[in-house]
Design a protein around this ligand. Structure first.
Ligand SMILES: Cc1cc2nc3c(=O)[nH]c(=O)nc-3n(C[C@H](O)[C@H](O)[C@H](O)COP(=O)(O)OP(=O)(O)OC[C@H]3O[C@@H](n4cnc5c(N)ncnc54)[C@H](O)[C@@H]3O)c2cc1C
Length: 368
């Protein structure tokens, strides 16, 4: 009998498996991942931003938690954090949900650094469309490095890792234990365990058997982020224009390129979570026609040099968020212990640094 089976080898599943061995004294932990490698899905296909609060002027709690978590993330994953670029936040003049004044007040409240930019940087922006530009403190992470670190630590501590293995169902076994059934090499295998941690992000509710589903409602977006080579004038910069139908450009250290995302064009489609609509299946069968031309055309209105980016390819991924945060863009964690299946937890972290919020929750759980 396993102490725990962790389903989903993204950043969350990997960190929870490590936590159970390191901090809770578990001896037999298995991590099951449907892909051929760990951290291959949302934990790789994202904008690689280590949030520091700026992005969430409409959700004080998320902004505040980001401020608390960023220093911990830098301390725990120093080799994965990239700081060698200049991060700018700008406020759009029209259709922004915050004004420059409100943004300044908000950054002051959360204690985040906001400085004026030199004229040489300001002139990269179109003044008729941009109200203000600020120098900020925000970093990127190298998702390949993070994956390597996770794999090394898991191997070192002795977590069993099953790759290319998809869990299909979760069952109750009497009062004391649970089991998962997974498919491996075309065979169906059942394994018993005392605890289950469901860390499958977009796949949280895609199990048959006794799994009751999460109470928190989820929504999925099929997203595209373009990977581009920046022209010389923009190399070494990260830029986010707030707060509405605008855009972000961030270094993507795992490929030595930048991601370009646009609030209007990055989501290709969205739908409410349903047990019979498998998000992974949906993405696998999607045609993936890029919208990079539309992104570049719009962004170049705000920053003319963007017209000269070189498109390389795109990261397509399903982004899963909580329905309740559609309006405020907040990214709290989902952490549920299922009443019908004691010792089975579902976890979703809206962003990478939320892992510390999850570990704090776990600290308070009677897990032994
Ligand atoms: C487009 C986009 C941009 C983002 N930008 C940022 C950002 O800039 N900064 C930030 O902090 N966060 C960002 N995020 C959010 C961040 O990527 C996620 O919060 C984080 O990666 C979630 O980690 P995870 O381990 O829960 O998910 P994942 O990394 O997706 O891990 C879940 C794993 O479960 C596996 N799995 C699913 N079902 C099964 C099954 N039945 N059996 C076995 N394995 C299964 C999957 O293959 C996957 O590897 C972004 C996300 C997206 C999609």
């Amino acid at each position: 009998m396993q102490d725990a089976i962790v389903i989903g080898g993204g950043f969350y599943g990997s960190m929870i498996a490590l936590y159970l061995m390191k901090m809770r004294g578990f001896k037999a932990v298995t991590l099951i991942e449907r892909e051929a490698a760990l951290l291959n899905r949302a934990s790789y296909n994202n904008q690689a931003r280590v949030h520091n609060g700026y992005h969430y002027p409409r959700s004080f709690t998320t902004a505040f938690r980001s401020r608390v978590n960023l220093p911990r993330f830098i301390k725990d994953y120093p080799d994965a954090v990239v700081t060698n670029f200049t991060k700018l936040y700008a406020i759009a003049r029209n259709n922004s949900k915050v004004t420059a004044k409100q943004f300044e007040r908000f950054c002051h409240e959360i204690g985040a650094k906001l400085e004026p930019v030199p004229a040489s940087v300001e002139k990269l922006f179109e003044p008729r469309l941009i109200e203000a530009v600020y120098l900020t403190e925000e970093y990127a992470f190298n998702s390949r490095e993070l994956a390597g670190e996770a794999r090394r630590e898991l191997d070192e501590i002795g977590v069993e890792i099953l790759l290319n293995t998809r869990v299909k169902s979760i069952h109750r076994q009497g009062n004391e234990s649970l089991s998962v059934t997974y498919e491996q090499d075309g065979k169906s295998i059942e394994r018993s365990t005392r605890f289950i941690f469901n860390c499958t992000y977009s796949g949280l509710n895609q199990f048959t058997g006794d799994f009751p589903g999460t109470q928190t409602k989820l929504k999925h977006e099929l997203t595209e982020m373009a990977l581009v080579e920046m022209p010389d004038a923009l190399k070494g910069l990260g830029v986010t224009v707030m707060d509405g139908p605008f855009f972000s450009m961030m270094p993507f250290p795992a490929r030595g390129l930048h991601t370009l995302s646009h609030v209007r064009y990055t989501p290709h489609m969205q739908w409410n979570d349903a047990p019979d609509v498998d998000p992974y299946h949906r993405l696998e069968h999607y045609h993936r026609d890029t919208r990079v031309d539309r992104m570049i055309r719009d962004v170049a209105r705000y920053m003319a040099p963007v017209a000269n980016v070189q498109y390389r390819d795109s990261l397509f991924e399903v982004k899963t968020i909580l329905v309740k945060n559609e309006g405020d863009d907040g990214r709290p964690i989902l952490f549920e212990q299922h009443a019908q299946l004691p010792n089975c937890y579902s976890v979703l972290g809206g962003k990478i640094d939320n892992i510390f919020d999850v570990l704090e929750k776990l600290d308070a759980e009677p897990i032994h």
